[in-house]
Design a protein around this ligand. Structure first.
Ligand code: CP
Ligand code: NVA
Length: 307
C-alpha cells in the first residue's frame, strides 16, 4: 500500500510546482483512494475555499475530498465576506492563514493567486485562474492512464481555445512526456510563456505541436479533448469567438479521423453544438464523466500529499 509522500513545494499554483515524480505519485495515490486501498485521517484540518468564479466540480470535489479525509471546508463566498468589498488580498491571506490549514482559490488574474500565496503562511492551491487549471490536468491524466495504462505513445489532441485548461495540459503533459497537440484558430494560441517552459521540459523531443488545423492535429490521436470557447470572464467575447471557432467543433467527422481507440475528454461544463456535438459527447468513446469523477480522487490525493 503506497502512502502519500509530502510535496516539496508548499503551494500548487501551477502544474510546474510538481516534478514528474510528484505527478506520478499523486496519480498513484489518487488511484489508491479510488480503489479504497488507503485511508488517511487529516485530523480535522480545515480547507478554506475562495471562489471568485462559479464552480460545480472543483468546489464539490474539494468539499467531498476533505470530508473523506476527516477534515472540513469553509466556503468563503466573496459576496458575503469582506473579500467582495475589496479587502486587500494580503490582509485576507494573513488572517485566513491563522484559521485554515490550506486554501483553494479560484480567481481571474493569476497574479492575484500569487499575491495570496505570497502572504499566506499556509499552502495555497490553484482552483483555476485565467492562466491555469492544474487540478483539472491531474484528473485528466489519471483518466488517460486508466484507459491506456501508460503515457508512452499516447497522443493528446486538444481542439479549441488555448486557454487555462490547455495551458495546464501542456505543462503537465510535458512533465509526463506525453505528445500534446493543440489545434486552435489563429490568434487563440496558448500562453507564450507556458509554451516556452514546456519546450524547455521536452528538450529536443518534438512532442508539442501548435497548429491552426484540427484535421492534421487529430491524425493518430488517442485522446481528443475540448473545452468551452469562451471561458468565465469572456462573456462579452462570446459572439466573436463563436464565429472565430467555426470548424473547431469535435463532431463525428473529426472523431473518425482519430485512432480507433481514441477517447473523448471535456473538463465540463460543455456547450453542445459549440465545441462538441451531443452525439460525440454521449458516445461510447466519451470518458467525460469518469474524468469528472477523477477530480475527487485527485483532489483527495493532492490534499493528503500537501497536509
Ligand atoms: N471542470 C471544472 O473545473 O468544473 P467547475 O467549473 O464546475 O469546477
Ligand atoms: N476554460 C474554462 C474552464 C472551466 C472549468 C473557464 O475558465 O471557464
Amino acid at each position: 500500500m503506497l502512502k502519500p509522500n509530502k510535496l516539496a513545494n508548499n503551494n500548487f499554483l501551477s502544474s510546474l510546482d510538481l516534478s514528474t515524480d510528484e505527478v506520478l505519485h499523486i496519480l498513484e495515490i489518487a488511484n489508491n483512494f479510488k480503489n479504497k486501498k488507503i485511508n488517511i485521517d487529516l485530523n480535522s484540518k480545515v480547507l478554506g475555499l475562495i471562489f471568485d468564479k462559479s464552480s460545480t466540480r472543483t468546489r464539490v470535489s474539494f468539499q467531498v475530498a476533505m470530508t473523506r479525509l476527516g477534515g472540513t471546508t469553509i466556503d468563503l463566498n466573496p459576496t458575503t465576506s469582506q473579500i467582495g468589498r475589496g479587502e486587500p488580498i494580503k490582509d485576507t491571506a494573513r488572517v485566513l492563514s491563522r484559521y485554515c490549514d490550506v486554501m483553494a482559490i479560484r480567481t481571474f488574474d493569476h497574479s492575484d493567486l500569487e499575491e495570496y500565496a505570497k502572504w499566506s503562511t499556509k499552502p495555497v492551491i490553484n482552483a483555476l485562474t485565467d492562466l491555469e487549471h492544474p487540478c483539472q490536468a491531474l484528473a485528466d491524466f489519471l483518466t488517460i492512464h486508466e484507459e491506456f495504462l501508460d503515457f508512452k505513445d499516447v497522443i493528446l489532441t486538444f481542439i479549441g481555445d488555448g486557454n487555462n485548461v490547455a495551458n495546464s495540459l501542456i505543462l503537465c503533459g510535458a512533465l509526463l512526456g506525453v505528445e500534446v497537440r493543440i489545434a486552435c484558430p489563429k490568434g487563440y494560441e496558448p500562453n507564450s510563456l507556458v509554451l516556452k517552459k514546456a519546450y524547455e521540459i521536452y528538450k529536443n523531443k518534438d512532442l508539442l505541436k501548435i497548429t491552426n488545423d484540427p484535421i492534421t492535429a487529430i491524425q493518430g490521436a488517442n485522446v481528443l479533448y475540448t473545452d468551452v470557447w469562451s471561458s468565465m470572464g469572456e462573456e462579452n467575447q462570446k459572439e466573436e469567438k463563436d464565429k472565430d471557432f467555426f470548424g473547431f467543433t469535435i463532431d463525428h467527422n473529426l472523431v473518425s479521423k482519430a485512432e480507433k481507440d481514441a477517447i473523448i475528454l471535456h473538463c465540463l461544463p460543455a456547450y453542445r453544438a459549440k465545441e462538441i456535438t451531443d452525439e460525440v459527447f454521449e458516445s461510447k468513446r466519451s470518458r467525460i464523466f469518469e474524468q469528472a469523477e477523477n477530480r475527487l480522487h485527485v483532489q483527495q490525493a493532492l490534499l493528503a500529499c500537501m497536509l
